[in-house]
Design a protein. Sequence first.
Length: 278
Amino acid sequence: MFFVYGNYDNENHPPSFDVSVEGTVVFSWTQDTWTENSNNDGAYSDLFASIQDGDATICFYSIGTDAPVVGALELVQVDPFCYDRTLNQNVLMVNYGRFTGGNEPFGSGLSVDNDLAGRAWDADNEYTQSVAKKVILSTTLDIEGSNQAPDYFPTRLYQKCHTLDSQSVLQYLLPVDPRLDYMLWFHFAEIDPNISRPKERVFDILVNDEAVFHYVDIFDKVGKFAAYDLQYIARNLSNATLSIELRPQVGIPLICGVENYALLHKDASTDHNDGMLL
């Protein structure tokens, strides 16, 4: 979904409205949500939903007297087994941050690179909190295991990675709603020409200061130039910022990308009076 106001009505009053999918509110736009950039350039977000009856119900409905504004809407069919769909089919996965370790965004609406699931990947600069200087490693070689069912994570995602110029903690801070649970996906590939065997790069992954993966060794798991992905669900959050740390054990940590999805349970009781139904 793409939203833009652009003062089209010459009122200098960005509208307040909600967006629901399958009866569940997934996005809320208010006066506080709109920024100068999103007013003029627009804002993008997306979600994954399991549609059982063949009809996707999407509703934009006003708050007060404001009329919703919609720049674009795209519906993409994905593999029903993507993103570990052992989750209940009544759960919506709402994008709260998806970014590549490279400096250039890519994917749907951003570049000519094709993400088969219609995903857009931002640069990670606004989330980075590391003390050490960011270093980007890149390759043009194919990445084993990329662009494959059921998730079809794009090859380009693994051809660039974020590492550091010295042994230090690689950290991200992500905005969240602490009332919700979040599914995190971590994406890796060992593309460093200086790494040639296991135990040359080992690190822990911490979420909100809790170690959730110990002694991650990409080379040991999949070798070089191969995709490696880890998933974790963060629950019982206490504040509006989620911290991710890659803490080195041996060498310097690296990462190709991160995805963060809020897990929302469908609410069939939501009332959409005064709404614009699609």
